[in-house]
Design a protein around this ligand. Structure first.
Ligand code: NAD
Length: 458
């Protein structure tokens, strides 16, 4: 049996476990079981489905420590941040339980003495769910829970970087009272994901890179099934001249270097007014130097390792491309001394040109290019100068300007000043190559449904 080996990127890739890669037969059987279960799961109704999922959340709550430790071991996330991930995931799970009924309730669109018209939200069927590794517990809950609540069955493939998290989750679901076939997992890399989506599924729910998302969109088109695609980002932060450079720098540093720079919606390009540029860069350096890099198992650590060697190598190539083309390294730019594993120092770059990979591509690590602008129009053009459009940030004390700029930014989210959209009620997703569709919120549930209109005469 071929296996995926799970390693700890912050401890020189020491082996922490292994998981068998699913065979073609196992992938097919998982989908067949899901297809067999889908009618009765739909017919059960949302209230009973909520009751079956509630104990699963309770079981996860009991395993909080185990979940947080495993996130840190498999991907190098600082332990305090792993606890944060686990706790916000519990909150989101709870929100889904509390709001599913409302989301799929029938809606009367028109009624008079002769007729009644209503919208009915029905499940789509079997969902192939594929997720990345950067929020290994959070991501999967986003994908699994709303789909099951609206009545879909789910066959899930977690990232090959975090297979032990997949096993932990599968164990909890297996011990629950969910009917056979409603939820199952398959394990492996991209080839297993591709085999899964080529089976008799009804919908693809994918979170990951834009390149893979595009491939899956083509497969879905051939099958003529729907997709929910949550893909890459290169989110800009525009800092205007009326912003306090220190506060702005702290905000940008926090939203760039969290999760070692490995968040889809992290700030990946800073666009700063020329009149405060130097001061901002100095403050940014100070704020970033204050973040403690080190062993993610230690409570005081704020920046751990990257997830894997391959991620480290891509990042190094992107940084060296920038330096070759004339970028100035304000801090970082290399692996820290004395640390074995996928570590990279938080890095700030200036003298950026548009042909540099750090500007054009998604940079999935602790590296921030900073550019300057003169006019509001130029700032907006720079912000929109990307194939991506996931999220963005505007920092200014002028509320009118903030709203005006927000309306012109091509992104699924605009956060203003320290604003954080992160509430389960807010739909999340991208413009342009950052994705199709929305997760979360009432809208997120309904993206996982088919919509039927029933009109009857009285
Ligand atoms: P990835 O695209 O390499 O892999 C994501 C998942 O897809 C993994 O499970 C992988 O095994 C699978 N996969 C790879 N090739 C496949 C194929 N041909 N067919 C089917 N499945 C395949 O991405 P990654 O490196 O794991 O994650 C980082 C990316 O995810 C970044 O681009 C990041 O921005 C994005 N991301 C987006 C969001 C969002 O909500 N928009 C959230 C988190 C991460």
């Amino acid at each position: 049996m071929a296996k995926i080996i799970s390693t700890n990127p912050s401890k020189n890739y020491e082996v922490i476990g292994e998981v068998e890669i699913s065979t073609d037969k196992e992938i097919r059987q998982a989908v067949e079981k899901a297809n067999k279960a889908k009618k009765s799961w739909k017919d059960l109704g949302v209230e009973k489905r909520i009751e079956l999922l509630r104990p699963i959340l309770e079981e996860f709550r009991k395993r909080e420590d185990e979940l947080a430790r495993l996130i840190t071991q498999e991907m190098g996330k600082p332990i305090t941040k792993s606890y944060e991930e686990v706790r916000w995931t519990f909150e989101e799970f709870q929100w889904y339980l509390d709001n599913a009924e409302q989301a799929v309730a029938e809606e009367v669109t028109y009624e008079d003495e002769n007729s009644l018209h209503k919208i009915v939200y029905e499940p789509i069927g079997t969902v192939a769910l594929i997720t990345p590794w950067n929020f290994p517990f959070g991501m999967l809950t986003w994908g699994i829970v709303p789909s099951l609540l609206v009545g879909n069955t789910v066959v899930f493939k977690i990232s090959e970087e975090t297979p032990l998290m997949g096993k932990l989750v599968e164990g909890v679901f297996k011990e629950s009272n969910l009917p056979e076939g409603v939820f199952s997992e398959v394990y492996g890399g991209g080839d297993v994901g591709e085999k899964l989506v080529k089976e008799e599924i009804d919908f693809i729910n994918f979170t990951g890179s834009t390149n893979v998302g595009k491939k899956l969109y083509k497969i879905a088109a051939e099958k003529f099934i729907g997709v929910l695609l949550e893909m890459g980002g290169s989110s800009p932060a525009i800092v205007f001249d009326d912003a306090d450079p220190k506060t702005a720098a702290e905000t940008v540093s926090n939203y760039r270097f969290q999760n070692c720079g490995q968040a889809c919606d992290a700030i990946k390009r800073a666009i700063v007014h020329e009149s405060i540029f130097d001061e901002f860069v100095n403050e940014l350096k100070t704020a970033t130097e204050n973040k403690k890099l080190g062993d993610p198992e230690k409570k005081e650590t704020e920046v751990g390792s990257l997830v894997a060697k391959r991620q480290l190598e891509i990042l190094e190539e992107q940084v060296s491309d920038a330096i070759k083309k004339g970028a100035k390294v304000i801090m970082g730019g290399k692996r820290p001394e004395g640390r074995a594993g996928a570590y990279f120092e938080p890095t700030i770059l200036t003298n950026i040109t548009k042909d540099m990979r750090v500007w054009k591509e998604e940079v999935f690590g602790p590296v921030l290019p900073v550019v300057s602008f003169k006019t509001e129009k130029e700032a907006i053009n720079l912000a929109n100068d990307s194939v991506y459009g996931l999220s963005s940030r505007v920092i200014t004390r002028n509320a009118e300007r903030a709203e005006r700029v927000a309306s012109q930014i091509e992104a699924g989210t605009v956060e203003i000043n320290k604003g954080d959209r992160w509430l389960s009620c807010n739909p999340f997703g991208g413009y342009k190559m950052s994705g199709i569709g929305r997760e979360n919120g009432i809208m997120g549930f309904r993206q996982l449904c088919r919509v039927k209109v029933v009109s009857r005469s009285k």
